[in-house]
Design a protein. Structure first.
Length: 658
């Protein structure tokens, strides 16, 4: 992105002219957890002092000797400290005024619900910790967890943390093959699963998938099965290997001492979503991770003691690890968990849940927001959302129109929106507004969190100027950073730390505007090169989504003899809109008007669905494979492989999608 003429630069500047700004209200600022912007200077002047001050949020069994040892790319935080994550998330609250406060509010998809106080959660975690011990799990042994969104999933992960056994959670939507691959990479000793989970009124066959996976997972000795569905799940239990959760729990003692863990002991392994290629086993350690998630949760979401906080992610992803479980519970926050789908029994389910429990803070993803836009405003309009105070988003760049919709129809013009940029690898939120002090601009994640230093660099490692696109890099360590790739330290160094000496390469494109605000442009792979112009797929997508007929769009650059790349857009239309050639022309015009003629799509395909990962991110690399008529790359992390197979067939038969 370095060598650009002035004219090209001018065009890039014209991309996505977003001028709207939203100031925090005086009323919000007055009560905010951060109302003084000097926090940024304080952290910049003394990074270690800043995090040492934050470290007082946690209870330590033994104090640390040094805040940070940094020899890029190897970091140690809170060196010599002894601490336990489960103790900090549960026991210390159970021993305080929070004992009878709700730790977890759970809503099952069929409408059943449960509340676990910190006191109750403590008893469950202790029992399951004893169950794991009785199955031979020792400190350092890996435990695989493949469950639906039930309180027992949280119990299982905290029980692992309590005895120092790293968990490796595999999202319940993954196939047997994907599960086996992850179990084997981590060489897990025990698998915790369920007879099934409810999703859109159907049973997700967790145990059946697990049985298939277990045919090729020699490390697994025992399987613990939670009964969620009952008879209808129709599962088989293997004698000697499979054990029922409730039978083991009945016999287990509810006392268990927390294992004192070294700050740098592994807390968990988590495999990335696989949007860009083969999943990586990201390793997070104990103290820095817990502190980073707790501090960001406190500041970014402005949580208060009596808030009900709901992060809609699945616990199988890092967002669920950091912002359903570890961050909120470390802060003693009431964390809501919903088992099922947003359109069951109808498209108002999320708003019904917000209404029912008086949700104060909601954290969800742009893909969900775009879906809600497509469903129409009548669904949220039916419910009382007046308890909402802060709205968050994560997972991909949010299109300005989706941001505005969230602001108007969910926040009712009243709630600050925090667009939080981070990754599985970063463990914690790194670029984000602080809702009491940051003026927000729709589509921008605004500024690095205090103590976080980010730069946008060109190919040669030079910072690019305001408005120019480049590679987002992080130049200082942060406590929740991953420490390595499990059993592949070379990949850790090669993939993340080799492009620019001593700097973390995020793999995302970004630009910074004159106000120092960061605009994420998607993955570096998702930046197109059309006749020498660098155009972000995200910006073309945002222009398309801005058109009233469009529900969602995925844009890719396909190889083109003359231009280098041509722009191909795969578009889903809003319910009830006819897919006509006239509309295609209109959409091309619309993009040209919004961004400039250089961004006019060469082809537009209408499709009922887009290929997505199981964390609901669009897999552009597969669309590129289709458009370039190649064999499809790795599809194991797709939510529904049929979608891409069908699209490929249509494309090959007609050169068109539906
Ligand atoms: P893989 O690394 O296996 O390809 P992944 O990158 O999709 O998978 P995650 O770690 O869950 O897995 O996602 C992190 C990525 O999500 C970021 O690198 C970025 O591309 C995108 N992202 C997350 N939050 C935001 C945000 N607020 N704005 C823009 N992009 C975001
Ligand atoms: Mg990634």
């Amino acid at each position: 992105m370095a060598d650009r003429t002035a004219a090209q630069q001018e065009r890039l500047d014209a991309l996505l002219q977003e001028k709207r700004t939203f100031q925090p209200s005086e009323e919000f600022r007055r009560q905010a957890n951060v109302s003084d912007p000097s926090i940024y200077d304080r952290a910049r002047r003394d990074l270690e002092g800043f995090w040492a001050e934050e470290a007082k949020r946690l209870d330590w069994f033994e104090p640390y000797r040094r805040v940070l040892e940094w020899q890029a790319p190897w970091a140690k935080w809170f060196v010599g400290g002894k601490i336990n994550a489960a103790y900090n998330c549960v026991d210390r609250h159970a021993a305080s005024h929070r004992r009878n406060k709700a730790a977890l509010i759970w809503e099952g998809e069929p409408g059943d619900s449960r509340v676990l106080t910190f006191g109750m959660l403590q008893r469950e975690v202790n029992r399951f910790a004893n169950v794991l011990k009785s199955l031979g799990v020792k400190k350092g042994d890996r435990v695989a967890i493949y469950m639906g969104m039930t309180p027992e999933l949280v119990v299982a992960m905290l029980a692992c943390a309590k005895i120092g056994a790293p968990h490796s959670i595999v999202f319940g939507g993954f196939s047997a093959e994907a599960l086996a691959e992850r179990i084997n990479d981590a060489a897990a000793k025990v698998l915790v699963t369920g007879d099934g989970a409810w999703r859109r009124g159907n049973i997700v066959p967790l145990k059946k998938n697990a049985d298939a996976a277990l045919e090729s997972t020699p490390s697994i000795e025992k399987v613990v099965v939670l009964e969620r569905i009952g008879k209808a799940a129709n599962i088989a239990m293997w004698p000697g290997r499979d054990l029922w959760w409730h039978e083991l729990m009945d016999q287990a003692s509810d006392h268990c001492a927390a294992e004192p863990m070294d700050s740098e002991d592994m807390l968990y392994i988590l495999y990335t979503s696989g949007t860009t290629g083969k999943p990586k086993g990201v390793v997070h350690t104990t103290a820095g991770y817990l502190l980073g998630t707790a501090a960001t949760h406190f500041y970014v979401f402005d949580v208060k003691e009596h808030d009900v906080y709901w992060c809609t992610a699945d616990i199988g992803w890092v967002t669920g690890h950091s912002y359903i479980v570890y961050g909120p519970l470390a802060n003693g926050t009431t964390s809501l968990i919903y088992e099922g789908s947003p359109d069951y029994p109808d498209r108002g389910r999320f708003w019904d849940i917000c209404d029912k429990y008086g949700v104060n803070i909601l954290y969800t993803a742009p893909t969900a927001i775009r879906t809600f836009m497509r469903w129409g405003t009548e669904w949220p309009a039916k419910h009382d959302l007046s308890a909402l105070r802060v709205l968050g988003t994560v997972g991909e760049p949010i299109n300005p129109e989706a941001w505005m919709w969230y602001h108007e129809h969910i926040g009712r013009g009243r709630c600050p929106i925090v667009d939080t940029w981070w990754q599985t690898e970063t463990g914690m939120i790194l670029i984000t507004p602080l809702p009491g002090i940051t003026a927000t601009k729709p589509g921008s994640a605004t500024r690095p969190f205090p103590g976080v230093e980010a730069e946008v660099l060109d190919e040669n490692g030079r910072p690019v100027g305001p408005g120019a696109g480049g590679y987002l890099c992080l130049t200082k360590p942060w406590p929740a950073m991953f420490r390595t790739i499990y059993r592949d330290p070379d990949r850790y160094v090669r993939q993340y730390w080799s492009r620019y000496e001593g700097k973390y390469f995020t793999g995302d494109g970004a630009k910074v505007d004159e106000d120092g605000y960061f605009w994420l442009l998607g993955r570096v792979d998702d930046v197109m090169n059309v006749s020498g112009h660098r155009i972000s797929t995200y910006e073309v997508e945002s222009a398309l989504v801005d058109h009233p007929a469009v529900a969602e769009a995925a844009v890719i650059g396909r190889a083109h003899d003359i231009k280098g790349q041509a722009i191909a857009a795969f578009v889903t239309l809003k319910d009830g809109t006819a897919a006509t050639d006239a509309l295609k022309d209109e959409l091309k015009q619309h993009v040209a008007r919004k961004i400039g003629a250089l961004a006019r799509p060469d082809d537009i395909f209408f499709t009922a669905e887009l290929p997505k990962t199981r964390s609901a991110k669009i897999m552009r690399r597969l669309l590129r494979d289709i458009a370039e008529r190649r064999v499809l790359g790795d599809t194991t992390t797709l939510a529904d492989p049929m979608v891409v197979a069908k699209l490929k067939r249509q494309y090959e038969e007609t050169g068109q999608a539906e």
